[in-house]
Ligand binder design. Structure first.
Ligand SMILES: *Cc1c(COP(=O)(O)O)cnc(C)c1O
Length: 482
């Protein structure tokens, strides 16, 4: 059996394709593009029907295995996946709850950091470790976070032999729960760094470290950010699991996805390309609505990021959209590269009327402002006794809008636990959600964090002093990226 190979969204078609392990470790392509598979495996309706009733790890082995098989060196895929979800606090891993006639909530907050990013990163951290150990290599992972990603990455990499991880966050600009999730992990290979600056400063420091070739190569820098193909792949799993639980492939299921970087909803699109019958994919955005404006008008124009109740969606440029743009442009890497250059230069992404029509055939979108988010949290609590975090509320509001139009059963994705955003939930319902048992003592745990100025030399010096040395024999070819 042959498995997909990968190329960059910005690359000429003639370049030699890469295999999964190379794409996993590299993250971003050297030309600035994102890796995409040269084909998407398709499951027959019988194969999809056979997923019903299987446990989540078994569904994951079937879906992820279609892309990578057992080619993971010493570690076989199925046990690696079983291990990935073992620490989750719900036996179903991604349980469905019914909210209303035809409306379900898919709870993706039962992982160690209470946000859906665990569902991919727990797998990706183990894949990294398996591939690196097989190759006899080690890496230093560096990332910047505005909240959820950093803690999920830390939980995924803690205590892994082949990985050291350094996460930069803006001091005093993330919630206490988010901070403590990063600073209370006692593992020696984990380093939380508070930067005296903004999230953009943190991101610029990370980019500068990757741009410093001597530093990058000395420490084998790598990243597990949201553009890594393996994260998309791991996220396709819960779309299959939820849809078959609700009767797919006999009936089509719609999904409403709270969207920032376009990674999660793009994973749903990949599930559809794999043969899952999807009635609609509804993108929910907050007031940072560049995607909703694109789908409404055909024009994607960058605005300024404004704070909202759902901070994990407070972004203007959705990096994973480039993968979809590559499809819209028929796999023409040169055309994608030109479009992305124009986007960067002018702030507007050139898209033809035909491309826009095709995009609106595949995705619907809905902008949900803070007031409607609050109202949705309150109404859902009143009507069905469920507490929604603000991101999940955006999805539920978008799902209700879509359900009025189509009538297909729809699943709204609950991407964070309400206790991660207790102030917004309490303001809307009067109820302060409490942390689940796995994190109940978070506020008492010992914190360990280093405060550094917004200064490249200071951060590089800290990494040099604390990363375990990478011996020459364990060095990987350059190619990692932020
Ligand atoms: C990351 C995140 C999102 C946005 O997901 P994308 O894949 O970036 O579109 C939405 N909600 C929560 C809670 C998140 O952590």
């Amino acid at each position: 059996m042959s498995f997909p190979r990968y190329r960059s969204t910005r690359e000429a078609a003639a370049a030699a394709p890469l295999d999964f392990a190379e794409v996993l470790l590299a993250g971003l392509a050297p030309d600035g593009g994102l890796y995409v598979p040269d084909r998407v495996p398709v499951l027959t309706p019988d194969e999809i029907a056979a997923l019903a009733g299987q446990d989540y790890a078994a569904v994951a082995a079937r879906i992820i295995g279609a892309f990578i098989g057992e080619r993971l060196g010493a570690a076989a895929l199925a046990p690696l996946l079983a291990e990935s979800y073992r620490g989750f606090s719900h036996a179903a891993v991604a349980p469905l709850k019914q909210l209303d006639a035809g409306l379900w909530l898919l709870e993706l907050f039962h992982g160690p950091t209470l946000a859906f990013k665990d569902y991919a990163l727990q797998v990706v951290g183990r894949l990294f470790d398996a591939v690196l150990r097989e190759r006899g290599e080690r890496v230093t992972i560096i990332g910047a976070t505005s909240g959820d990603t950093g803690s999920a990455a830390i939980e995924a990499c803690r205590d892994r032999d082949a990985v050291d991880i350094f996460i930069l966050y803006p001091r005093d600009r993330i919630s206490e729960v988010q901070r403590r999730q990063m600073t209370t992990v006692p593992s020696a290979n984990v380093h939380a760094i508070a930067i005296d600056g903004t999230f953009d400063d943190c991101q610029d420091l990370v980019k500068a470290m990757f741009a410093d070739a001597a530093f990058r190569d000395a420490h084998n820098l790598s990243a597990v950010n949201s553009i890594n193909w393996a994260r998309i792949l791991a996220q396709t799993v819960y779309y299959f699991a939820a849809a078959v639980a609700l009767g797919a492939p006999r009936r089509d299921i719609a999904f409403a996805v709270p969207t920032g970087n376009f990674g999660n909803v793009y994973a749903a699109h990949i599930a559809r390309r794999m043969g899952l019958p999807v009635a609609a994919l509804v993108i929910g955005t907050n007031r940072n609505d560049i995607l909703a404006r694109f789908f409404a008008t055909g024009r994607m124009t960058i605005g300024t990021v404004e704070p909202s109740l759902s901070p994990s969606m407070d972004i203007q440029v959705s990096s994973n959209f480039e993968r979809f743009l590559f499809e819209l442009k028929g796999g023409d890497g040169a055309a994608v590269a030109a479009a992305m250059r124009a986007f960067r230069a002018t702030g507007t992404l050139p898209a033809s009327a035909a491309e826009w029509r095709e995009a609106t055939r595949l995705f619907a979108s809905c902008r949900v402002d803070d007031e409607e988010t609050r109202a949705t949290i309150a109404a859902t609590w009143r009507r069905s006794g469920e507490l929604l975090d603000p991101h999940s509320a955006v999805a539920v509001a978008a799902a209700r809008m879509a359900a009025r139009q189509s009538g297909a059963p729809i699943v709204a994705l609950a991407c964070a636990h309400p206790a991660k955003f207790p102030d917004a939930v309490e303001a809307a319902t009067g109820i302060r959600p409490s942390l689940p048992p796995i994190l109940a003592d978070l506020m008492e745990r010992q914190e360990r964090v280093t405060l550094l100025p917004n200064d490249l030399n200071a951060v590089e010096e800290f990494v040099r002093a604390h990363a375990r040395p990478v011996e020459d024999g364990r060095r990987r070819r350059a190619g990692g990226a932020a």
